[in-house]
Design a protein around this ligand. Structure first.
Ligand SMILES: [Zn+2]
Length: 618
């Protein structure tokens, strides 16, 4: 017994050592909030107590909060952006011109005072002492009287008043589907401080980054409302909608909803008088709540999506690591689909396929950005790309769709189109700075997804699967960077990936390999691009046999294991000498008459010109 526990102890210590990169630290924030809603004016009074733990090696003299609602005021950074970007989000503007000659007017500029958003900060205290603060745009800066030393916790108390804006983007009042309250980006949220410093991104359009912590939130609202929120409802017996026969506990016509969410980094909620709640339990997994408007036209699709949702959690657990929270809530609200801690707000009037698609996508974000809390302000290709990847894989498996050779070929087409458009910018650019929303969208959702599919091509499908599970063990509840993911893939595969990471993520270079010539004794391949990749070369001989040649690039410093694709069955696999990127030509010796040649018949290589990948030419 003792020996065993000692081994256990040492193995735990060992796990700690390899758990993440040496010197890694992260901040922590625990929130306690009391929210009193005035549903007539769409305003609320807020009080919060935050416990901020400084795990950094620095002493902090200031602290910052995001006050996102201030974006929904004429003259805000978000407002200006809408009229000065070529292709604004159509939800956020009115086109007063024609389709060919658009003249966009910002919806924010048109907001009447009662429809604008604001966070009016009334006081900030530290240990009972009033602190000086200033608000610029959507950032609140607070000067601390007592700096927070490393490895200490401070308590701050905030009092504020907020007005919920007319919904322009993500959250707000009165959605197009009639939901009263879509409460996202709704509270003063402590900004992220990490090894890169403070992340003080103005709210312009793109997404988020924040420290983990617990949320204990009480929301008082008129008693006819039903609330869906992050975390677990603590008093279902006192409020409307969750438990049959609940004895609604009211005080001056209001009920108080109490939610607790542990270890998340963004809390959201939605409320409407028409909400109805349905529930499913994932075996060995979370309680899942489906909350929608009481509208008969929604009933069938929403009901039909429940079991596929349960299956999705099971799929994700198996492939990407176990969902670690007790609950998940899918609530009708917002302006499309947006993920938060243990909750998503989605628009509900959709056909079945679109409803399941958005639910899958948003739940996938519970891994790819909530559990692995990437910095979405710059690494959006990881949360959108990885989320889309998981969503698509799950959809193929759960609905039995065709997988071969590359089920994501459509995504490749849209990436190629962007690459040829002349407006592509590197994936490592700050998310709000893309010149075109179009370019942002394709690189985030599509090129980010291709990053993974192509990584599977480079290190092998089995290694890619192991990488996800290993990544889960090392980086859940943390803030991994692109390099951290790359490092796991390198450790799992034993291959060097520096070149791939740099060229694919930090540049807009494209890949183009081709079959240059096919002779009696050799096949000549050429690299027509300034991007190097390993090559799977499929050769069919005139005698009816076939052979798979594998040419690693020299930077890999190794080779991927054989893969199990239908097309490769029963063929001989020959590993050749590495290809040096400084040499555009590579020769493959053959000793039989060749009838067909194909570079990567699995079509995972993002080769922008496939027409020269085959002999005879496609
Ligand atoms: Zn997404």
């Amino acid at each position: 017994m003792k020996k065993l526990s000692l081994i256990f102890f040492f193995s735990l210590m060992f796990c700690q050592v390899i758990a993440q990169r040496a010197g890694y630290w992260q901040q922590r924030v625990d929130y306690k909030m009391d929210i009193d809603v005035n549903e007539q004016k769409f305003q609320y009074d807020g009080k919060m107590n935050v416990k901020y733990t400084n795990n950094s090696p620095e002493t902090l003299k200031k602290i910052y909060f995001h006050v996102y609602y201030n974006a929904f005021q004429p003259g805000s950074t978000m407002d200006h952006r809408l009229v000065n970007i070529a292709d604004p989000d159509s939800r956020m503007v009115i086109n007063k011109g024609t389709k060919e000659n658009p003249q966009y007017v910002s919806r924010i500029a048109q907001l009447k005072p009662e429809d604008q958003g604001f966070h009016h900060i009334k006081s900030v205290k530290q240990g009972g002492n009033e602190l000086k603060f200033k608000v610029m745009g959507t950032i609140l800066e607070v000067k601390l009287t007592e700096p927070i030393r490393p490895n200490t916790t401070t308590e701050l108390d905030l009092v504020w008043q907020a007005q919920v804006p007319q919904i322009i983007r993500r959250g707000g009042k009165n959605t197009l589907e009639g939901v009263d309250f879509s409460m996202t980006q709704w509270y003063p949220k402590i900004a992220q401080y990490d090894e890169y410093g403070w992340h003080l991104d103005e709210y312009i359009g793109r997404e988020f980054y924040a420290p983990f912590g617990n949320f204990d939130v009480k929301i008082s609202i008129q008693k006819d409302y039903v609330v869906g929120a992050s975390g677990k409802l603590q008093n279902p017996n006192e409020v409307k909608g969750y438990v049959p026969g609940a004895k609604i506990k009211e005080n001056k016509g209001k009920t108080t909803w109490h939610f607790v969410a542990e270890n998340i980094h963004d809390f959201a909620w939605a409320a409407d008088k028409e909400f109805v709640v349905s529930h499913q339990k994932v075996p060995n997994g979370p309680d899942v709540y489906f909350i929608r408007m009481n509208d008969e036209s929604l009933a069938k699709n929403w009901k039909d999506s429940e079991i596929p949702t349960v299956k999705f959690f099971e799929f994700m657990d198996k492939n990407f690591g176990k969902y670690p929270w007790d609950t998940y809530t899918i609530v009708q609200g917002g302006d499309g689909g947006m993920e938060y801690g243990t909750i998503t707000l989605i628009t509900g009037k959709r056909n079945f396929e679109s409803l399941v698609g958005v639910i899958y996508h948003e739940i996938a974000h519970s891994w790819f950005q909530h559990l692995f809390a990437f910095n979405e302000t710059v690494d959006e290709w990881m949360d959108e790309g990885f989320g889309s990847y998981a969503e698509n894989l799950a959809y193929l498996e759960i609905f039995n769709k065709e997988r071969q050779p590359n089920p994501n070929w459509d995504a490749y087409q849209s990436y190629f189109q962007l690459a040829k458009s002349g407006v592509e910018e590197p994936m490592s650019l700050l998310a709000d700075y893309y010149n075109y929303n179009y370019a942002y969208g394709v690189q985030a959702y599509v090129k980010g997804q291709i990053y993974l599919i192509q990584l599977g091509y480079i290190i092998g499908e089995d290694n890619l699967k192991k990488t996800f599970l290993e990544f889960y063990d090392k980086w859940k509840f943390k803030h991994p960077t692109p390099n951290d993911f790359k490092r796991v893939a390198e450790e799992v595969s034993g291959l060097n990936l520096k070149w791939y990471q740099n060229l694919f993520v930090n540049t807009t270079r494209v890949i183009d390999y081709g079959v240059r010539s096919v002779g009696d004794a050799e096949i000549e391949l050429e690299n027509l691009s300034n991007f190097n990749m390993p090559i799977d070369l499929w050769v069919e001989y005139a005698d009816g046999t076939s052979e798979l040649f594998y040419i690693p690039n020299q930077e890999l410093r190794g080779e991927k294991p054989a893969e199990n694709f239908e097309i490769y069955q029963n063929a001989k696999r020959t590993v050749l000498e590495p290809w040096q990127w400084t040499n555009p030509i590579y020769k493959v010796k053959v000793n039989k008459k060749v009838s067909k040649v194909s570079i990567d018949p699995t079509k995972r290589l993002a080769d922008i010109n496939y027409s020269n990948n085959t002999y005879p030419k496609a």
